[in-house]
Design a protein around this ligand. Structure first.
Ligand code: PHE
Length: 341
């Protein structure tokens, strides 16, 4: 609709159709189009205002009022509709994007360290606190380091197929280490005394997995080489170790035993929950072993100990079946907490 000369009936018609369109707008996008059409520069009402200028002054005042109030009416209707549609839009957004905070969240279970790792870290921290260093060695080990250098002769029963996983071809002279003691040799060959190391690690023996055995197990080895080291130092260290792991009142005792790489040798037991429990082996490092490693036995002496971590864990936590430790069921692991230590 264009106005050459505006006329009251046309203006009334424009208002009607504008109000109808506003009323029928379904949403804000639709209302925007209606606005351009009925209130925009090219709308009939705007054109009517522009055309007012062409009128004679006496007509202009009267028609000016008509056009002015027409625009005001349409603008007010538009504003009212805009508010209404905005409220509807807000309500829709609120209901569609609603979050029910009482719904159970889909939880991603947190990872946790295996209890053996937690224990290993705990023991490492303990000895680091005493000034020790953590030493490591490979699980695939030279037979010479696993046996010969430790004064375990070729005909020693520990070498037989029963206990040791040999690696083919046999000429490779490689084994899966049967204990962490080869790390003693590696440490003594690479470092000059004084030596204070703790060596946690995985070890292998050809045992069937049952309630108390596992072919893959873990040990922790301690080695001290310094001037004037005696068995009293060994005993004091074991007491401190046992008390830190099992409780402040725990006692240890040494029972005479034999290991080719220690002389004298002992089994170490600890008294826990009313009984003596075997923990591991220990002794003064055999001078033969020190000599193999080029350590002057007239100046230095040392002690070593080694114990199983699975057994330590089982006793401390009352675990009765080795399967629980090796199978990796998170229900077991989780009972030790999700500690990052
Ligand atoms: N290596 C021995 C074992 O596996 C334990 C041990 C370590 C004994 C150090 C004495 C000294 O049985």
């Amino acid at each position: 609709m264009t106005f050459n000369v505006p006329d009251v009936a046309d203006v009334t018609g424009s208002v009607k159709s504008a109000l109808l369109a506003i009323n029928e707008a379904k949403d804000l996008a639709g209302l925007k189009i209606v606005k351009t059409e009925h209130l925009g520069d090219k709308s009939a009402l705007s054109k009517a205002s522009q055309a007012l200028g062409k009128l004679a002054a006496e007509n202009r005042a009267e028609l000016g009022k008509v056009v002015g109030s027409a625009k005001a009416e349409v603008t007010a209707a538009f504003e009212a509709k805009l508010k209404e549609l905005e409220i509807i839009r807000d309500l829709k957004v609120l209901s569609e994007e609603r979050v029910d905070v009482s719904l159970p969240a889909s939880k991603l279970p947190k990872g946790g360290l295996h209890p053996l790792t937690i224990l290993t870290n705990e023991i490492s921290d303990l000895f680091i606190g005493l000034g020790y260093r953590v030493a490591e060695g490979p699980e695939l080990e030279a037979e010479w380091l696993n046996f010969d250098a430790l004064n375990i002769p070729a005909d020693h029963p520990a070498r037989t197929m029963q206990d040791t996983f040999f690696i083919e071809p046999l000429e490779s002279k490689l084994v899966l280490r049967t204990h962490t003691s080869p790390v003693q040799i590696r440490t003594m060959l690479e470092n000059k005394p004084p030596i204070y190391v703790i060596c946690p690690g995985r070890t292998y023996r050809a045992d069937e997995l049952d309630a108390t055995h596992t072919p893959v197990f873990s040990q922790v080895e301690g080695l001290v080489i310094d001037r004037g080291i005696t068995m009293a130092d060994l005993k004091g260290t074991l007491d401190y170790f046992a008390q830190s792991i099992f409780g402040p009142n725990v006692k240890t005792r040494l029972r005479p035993s034999f290991f080719p790489f220690t002389e004298p040798s002992a089994e170490v037991d600890f008294f826990f929950n009313g009984r003596w429990i075997e923990w591991g082996g220990c002794g003064m490092v055999n001078p033969k072993v020190l000599e193999v490693c080029g350590i002057d036995t007239s100046e230095f002496s040392g002690f070593a100990f080694g114990m199983g971590l699975e057994r330590t864990l089982m006793v401390r936590h009352g675990i009765t079946d080795m399967h629980d430790i090796v199978e990796g069921d998170v229900r077991f692991t989780r009972s030790f907490g999700i500690s990052g230590r």
